[in-house]
Write a new protein. Sequence first.
Length: 364
Amino acid sequence: MKKFSFRYSLIILVCVMQLLNSCMVGRFVWYNFSDITDHKIFPSRPLPKSAQPFRFTEAQRNDRIGNVSLTILDSLVEANNSVAFLIIRNDSLLFEKYYQGYEETTTVASFSAAKSYTSALVGAALADGFIKSVDESIVNYLPELKSSKGFDKITIKHLLQMTSGIKANESYYNPFGQAAHLYYGRNLRAYIKRLKVDYEPGTKFAYRSINTQLLGLIVERATGKPLTTYLNERIWTKLQPEYDASWSIDKKKDGLEKAFCCLNAKARDFAKFGRLYLNKGNWNGEQILPAQWIEESTTPEKAQGGASYYKYQWWMTKNGYEANGLHGQYIFVCPEKNLIVVRLGKRGGDVSWGAVFDRLAEKL
């Protein structure tokens, strides 16, 4: 009881001192640092499983895949705080293993790997005619920012490219920083009105989660639907998920999805999103996303401040591209080898997972 009494006292003290009605800082203190089980602490909207789920073919398990020793790989994966690791090639599940008590039925929070899903929804909204162009000013959809200096110059593409110039602090260790506001805050719609522009948009790359959060709100405004609903209708259901999933929101009533993070699912269903991109937006004959959008999203562009290693909420690697989330949540795609790798973990460990995936692709 003493431990809980102290925690509650500390929460109250911090909230009063900071005059935060939402007690955002208090929640940061209580929950300490983010965790892959955080889907349990936030309200969410459901993403239901399919009545006819798609399942990858389970290949016969061997000691090696190509020139890769699975014994060595397994040891590397286990030693670096992983909870799931999947290798899929030509729709065959070549390797699937879970660690630290996790199973194929265990839900894991995606963290920033969700950014790639939000990007996909921008592509869907463009295809559906809800958004006219990535070159549109964001104030066309976010009129509350019209009166703030500099926002009229920011385009949807600037948000996608992380070149918006919006002032932000991406530190996940600062309880008063923007990342904490986005993650623990309970009124993201109001928080957006407090944003400022830091530098001229389209001049340099700066990875900032607020860009993706604004993309999510733009999709909601353009479609007239909650982000989870639009994801479910346009993409999720069509990927024939095996398990129920969810997307965390800031509050129960009129909640807004944490578009920059917090899509909660199982490893196999994360892999299906990789398969969609691997197949240029096509799912078993149905073109869910335009092939041109997939190509545009995964081809680096240095113009307008863009980075050679990033495009439209995807990270580029030597041999492919990846959705990448805090604590080492990855969906890696290598089109040349028809390869998908999913790695989920409690922490990233002491290895560069992008380099591991590239090396796997080279050896297969």
